[in-house]
Ligand binder design. Structure first.
Ligand code: ADE
Length: 247
């Protein structure tokens, strides 16, 4: 998979994407990541990328002409056009289902917003999807882009190797994961649950499922319906407001 990132802060992308699984995916050629500086497409003397909002209001808005030129240039660098994603707190919420859908694309172009936002004409005419990583506002789309890249990379075939399957993890069955333990079996008087040491596979499986349900009930009741049963994926995590106003 090829991912191009458009940002005013390319230097932000060194670090998180240079370690561990994502690093290996890049080295193995499974993830082809390119980071581009939007400012290189500014044409005026001051190399400006933003301006005051029409109609007044606080902050600065990223210019449609600069963004459009930057995107056109980046799209021309690949053999296929990438799906264009704008990271913005005003987008649809990133969920496990959306991560999987994005991972089916051969190429993504991620645009990181800064300042008060981007000129709406860019979003309307040049962007395929606007995505938020959660209901809080960050200083820009760089961290959200890195979150998205990390989450998507795990679903690119070969990236996780044979040991780990994304199918067995939280949100796939719609439940949180059960707790995990390793040696020593006792530490400072804190014991590992007896059943895990028993070697009784059926009891271990039952315990894990009970723990997944208990955790989900306690920590994420929004994943369950009123009867305590799993909600179907299309009934949860949409990010839409419910009738009671809760997110
Ligand atoms: N930019 C600022 N906050 C953001 C968020 N929560 N998700 C995506 N992009 C953002």
């Amino acid at each position: 998979m090829r991912i191009d990132v458009l940002t005013l802060f390319p230097e932000a992308f060194t670090g998180p994407l240079d370690v561990s699984i994502v690093r290996r995916a890049r080295e193995d050629g499974l993830l082809d990541l390119h980071v581009h500086d939007i400012r290189e497409h500014a044409t005026d003397r001051h190399r400006s990328v933003d301006d005051y909002p029409f109609g007044g209001g606080q902050g600065m808005v990223m210019r449609v002409d600069v963004l459009d030129r930057a995107l056109g240039h980046v799209q021309s660098l690949g053999t296929e056009a990438g799906l264009v994603v704008l990271l913005t707190p005003a987008g649809e919420r990133l969920t496990d289902a959306l991560v999987r859908e994005l991972a089916t694309h051969g190429r993504l172009v991620l645009v990181c917003g800064r300042y008060e936002g981007v000129d709406e004409r860019f979003a309307e005419h040049c962007v395929d999807r606007e995505i938020s990583i959660g209901d809080y506002v960050l200083t820009g789309g760089e961290l959200p882009a890195m979150v998205l890249i990390d989450a998507v990379a795990r679903h690119v075939p070969g990236v996780l190797g044979d040991e780990v399957s994304p199918e067995e993890e939280s949100f796939v069955q719609g439940l949180l994961e059960h707790p995990q333990y390793t040696r020593p079996a006792e530490y400072r008087g804190w014991a590992v649950p007896e059943v895990l040491l028993s070697g009784h596979h059926a009891n271990v499986s039952k315990w894990k499922q009970e723990q997944r349900l208990r955790r989900t009930r306690e920590r994420r009741p929004d994943l369950l319906d009123a009867g305590g049963h799993l909600r179907k994926p299309d009934e949860r995590e949409t990010g839409e407001l419910q009738s009671d106003g809760a997110p």
